[in-house]
Design a protein around this ligand. Structure first.
Ligand code: GLN
Length: 575
């Protein structure tokens, strides 16, 4: 039976060094060497999962197929590798304490005092072992920075792991910062030395040190780090700042990271095939055209909140060989008494996207941006909340239901075109209770959505993550990930359909609207799911690919959309 090898990745000096990207890149490199891998993130916070956290606090909540609300690093892992992750791949202190306390209440510890060592650490070790079963390599990233009080039990558990599993099966990789001090014209190794010392005080001796720096570290600096930190000089790897995160696997490979890893772990693995990564890197460097997309939302000052969305737009650009400039625009800019109908930067965007979101702040501004896109025939993509608002806008301004709304924002609305899903009506606990994870959707023939998805159903092997398959009556079946409580109210379906609104994707039993679109518009599509969770640079999601393509066409002189100066402005209504 093959024995799993474990790579633990810790971070030091400061946060935001790109530990998640480094971990994901190691995943990509080991997969390219033909190894069967899994990845896991250990988060020291007490929340059971990030699902209930405010995006301003935590950034995006990434959703897996099995409906786990997880840390956004899992998004990087899925984008960089071919693996699909589950609930078990994101472990938090909250989950660990939750089960240890439950065990204690059930008398499992037989009268013993329940302590961090061994009870908490044993539970951490047990949960690290679960997803790694049967894999060649498990890559485990520890959240936070060495020295944080919260992460100590995790560090203690991974220290013990080496004793339990054997020296040749466990590798510690530490990521630090090597700053360049301009006035001294010198690269400084002291923060790295201190951080490694801190790690060693806990009993963890890293074998590989990845140094984030603005340039490749010269030999003397690597030798100095090697000497002071007790590692081999060729195990000091530079992680140089790169233009794109998708250059990182190639850059770490050039530095010899993956060959050092397989050497330390004593694994036989083929030389990596990095052709696809090279293709992507070359595409990203040689764009001739660009297209500007306006993302109108409310978490715009916190880019981490739209991580997967941001990346999916870049993937759509890769698929069309075009640079995507993303303008994040605060929808509240289009609200208030003194708003004069000026859409600012949005006016020069070739495509408009309203992403997912919760709560009523900024909603009226989003509705105005949607009217602007609809009336001026600017490609519009509504994701989750963006689809719900697309129907509210239509109900108000085309069907004439002036007070139509989602009951999320107006529980008393006379026209609840978006209402609470049936199985959400009795929910009283907030955590993990939304409609979460992957659900099937049937797309009808002769719709734009069908054309978009069928482009890749012809080549299913080239599209592992998003492959659509032919379903009954020549329709298409897809699976996409969800995170919502509200849905389109079927009581309004006929009225919408009668006036040219198309419900192109439904749940297989026909009860839930999953995709809607508008005829008489070049590209006006909303989806109740989050396609951004299934896009990757190697397999750009069909909806993003097509949205970027339509936005590019709207730049064309023969475009159907009026030039920015001639665009119609919605009438100033009370908002
Ligand atoms: N707030 C909406 C709902 O719960 C939309 C959620 C989202 O955009 N993810 O249905």
């Amino acid at each position: 039976m093959n024995k799993t090898k474990y790579i633990f990745i810790t971070g030091g000096v400061v946060s935001s060094l790109g530990k998640g990207i480094a971990a994901a890149s190691i995943g990509a490199l080991l997969e390219a060497r033909g190894l069967n891998i899994t990845m896991q993130k250990l988060d020291p916070y007490i929340n059971v999962d990030p699902g209930t956290m405010n995006p301003f606090q935590h950034g995006e909540v990434f959703v897996t197929d099995d409906g786990a609300e997880t840390d956004l690093d899992l998004g990087h892992y899925e984008r960089f590798t071919a693996i699909s992750l589950t609930k078990k791949n994101n472990l938090t202190s909250g989950q660990v304490y939750d089960s240890v306390i439950l065990n204690e209440r059930n008398g499992v510890y037989l009268g013993k005092t329940v302590q961090v060592i061994p009870h908490i650490t044993d539970e951490i070790k047990r949960r690290i072992s679960i997803p790694s079963e049967g894999k060649d390599v498990a890559i485990i990233e520890i959240g936070g920075t060495v020295g944080d009080i919260e992460s100590l039990p995790f560090l203690e558990a991974i220290r013990q792991f080496k004793l339990d599993k054997g020296r040749e099966n466990v590798l510690y990789v530490h990521l630090t910062l090597v700053p360049y001090i301009k006035t001294a014209e010198e690269l400084k190794t002291k923060p790295t030395q201190h951080s490694v010392k801190e790690l060693m005080a806990i009993g963890i001796e890293p074998s590989i040190i990845i140094c984030r720096a603005d340039r490749v570290l010269p030999r003397d600096i690597r030798e100095k780090i090697a000497l002071f930190c007790n590692v081999q000089a060729d195990a000091v790897i530079t992680a140089k700042d790169e233009d794109s995160i998708y250059d990182v696997p190639l850059s770490l490979h050039k530095e010899g990271l993956d060959s050092k890893i397989v050497e330390f772990l004593n694994i036989w693995a083929k030389t990596p095939d990095l052709g696809e990564w090279e293709r992507i890197s070359a595409t990203l460097k040689n764009f001739k055209n660009s297209v500007t997309i306006g993302v109108v939302g409310k978490y715009v000052n916190m880019k981490e909140s739209y991580k997967s969305l941001n990346e999916s737009l870049v993937h759509g650009g890769i698929a069309n060989n075009v640079r995507v400039n993303i303008k994040y625009i605060n929808s509240e800019d289009f609200e208030g008494e003194d708003w004069e109908g000026d859409f600012g930067e949005l006016e020069s965007c070739s495509g408009i996207l309203v992403p997912g979101g919760f709560g009523s702040r900024g909603i009226n501004g989003m509705l105005r941006a949607i009217t602007f896109a609809r009336e001026n025939k600017i490609p519009y993509f509504g994701i989750c909340l963006g689809m719900q608002l697309m129907t509210v806008e239509y109900a108000r301004n085309v069907l004439g239901f002036k007070e139509a709304n989602s009951v999320e924002f107006d529980p008393q609305t006379p026209h609840p075109v978006i209402h609470l899903m049936e199985d959400q009506k009795n929910v009283d606990r907030m955590g993990g209770t939304m409609r979460l994870g992957s659900f099937p959707c049937v797309i009808s023939k002769n719709t734009l959505a069908f054309r978009i998805y069928s482009k890749n159903s012809k080549k299913p092997s080239a599209d592992k993550k998003n492959c659509a398959r032919i379903y009954q009556d020549g329709n298409i079946l897809i699976n996409e990930r969800h995170r919502h409580r509200f849905e389109f109210n079927n009581g309004y379906r006929e009225k919408f359909e009668f006036s040219g609104f198309v419900f192109s994707g439904l749940s297989p039993d026909g009860t839930l609207v999953e995709i809607s679109e508008l005829i008489n518009h070049p590209w006006y599509v909303g989806c109740q799911f989050h396609p951004e969770f299934k896009s990757s640079p190697l397999f750009p999601h069909p909806l993003f690919r097509d949205f970027i393509s339509a936005s590019l066409k709207s730049l064309n002189p023969e475009k159907k959309t009026p030039s920015p100066a001639r665009r119609k402005k919605p009438k100033k209504t009370k908002a």
